[in-house]
Design a protein around this ligand. Structure first.
Ligand SMILES: CC(=O)N[C@H](C=O)[C@@H](O)[C@H](O)[C@H](O)COP(=O)(O)O
Length: 243
């Protein structure tokens, strides 16, 4: 791990007013957050399409918030969705690629996200700067910091740095985490009682029963992407079952 779990510096705190932060977190508690993203090359990968998907999901279902990738997509979704918006910027495909620097985080904050999701794994960051710098940048922008982690240690470190919420997003995608085809609810069970901030279950929640099980495991909210907003992946599951 490149930084200690705790240090002499106090944890960073957001400049978002406390009442607003509390209301935002309370509003997503026990509920569904939908990740609306399209992979590179997918015909749906455009801000207009992602905004339409997000607007459709939010108008037609009792969802609590959305998770959106990229500056232009965050801007486009912000214009049509009034729910809490978790923004991130995927830059690259290997190593730390989810909002990898403080500069990426500031851009996502400016685009209109309420919460900025950032890779908070123990892996080296592409610019060599400490994660604490990105936490501070998000907080100075008046936003909440969501730490995308893959292990218990990473979650504990993120909480010590001042993360406002933690998500299991990267379990299964790092060498340190279990490589499972399903969600990592063990991580939720291990982490949630050890930190004072909400822990979201995210990654490979494929069914409503998975989302329910995540909350039963102690998750604050369930974040679901592919199983709701990725038609090509969904069609593949059906087509494959017929071969
Ligand atoms: C690992 C990574 O880059 N995860 C990304 C984070 O934003 C997204 O590609 C996922 O779709 C999202 O986490 C939701 O997960 P799932 O699509 O499995 O429900």
């Amino acid at each position: 791990m490149s930084e200690p779990a705790t240090g002499s510096a106090p944890p960073s705190r957001t400049t978002m007013p406390t009442a607003r932060a509390d209301a935002l977190l309370a509003g997503v508690r026990g509920r569904l957050i939908v990740s609306c993203q399209a992979p590179p090359g997918d015909p749906l990968r455009s801000p207009a399409h992602i905004a339409a998907i997000a607007a459709s999901v939010c108008a037609g279902a009792p969802v609590a918030g959305v998770r959106i990738q990229g500056v232009e997509d965050v801007e486009a979704v912000r214009a049509v969705v009034d729910l809490p918006l978790i923004g991130l910027w995927k830059d690259g495909a290997d190593g730390v690629y989810i909002t990898p620097t403080a500069g990426h985080a500031r851009a996502i904050a400016r685009a209109g996200a309420d919460v900025v999701a950032v890779d908070a794994t123990a892996r080296p960051r592409p610019d060599g700067r400490p994660l604490a710098e990105t936490v501070r940048a998000v907080h100075e922008a008046g936003k909440l910091f969501m730490a995308d982690v893959s292990t218990l240690d990473e979650g504990l470190r993120a909480a010590a740095l001042g993360a406002d919420l933690i998500s299991t997003t990267l379990s299964g995608y790092t060498a340190d985490s279990p490589q499972s085809s399903g969600p990592d609810l063990e991580l939720v069970r291990a982490l949630a009682p050890r930190v004072r901030v909400p822990v979201c279950a995210e990654g490979r929640l494929r069914t409503p029963a998975d989302a329910r099980a995540a909350l039963d495991a102690g998750a604050w909210a369930a974040v679901v992407g592919t199983a709701i907003t990725a038609p090509a992946a969904l069609a593949t599951r059906f087509a494959t079952a017929l071969t």
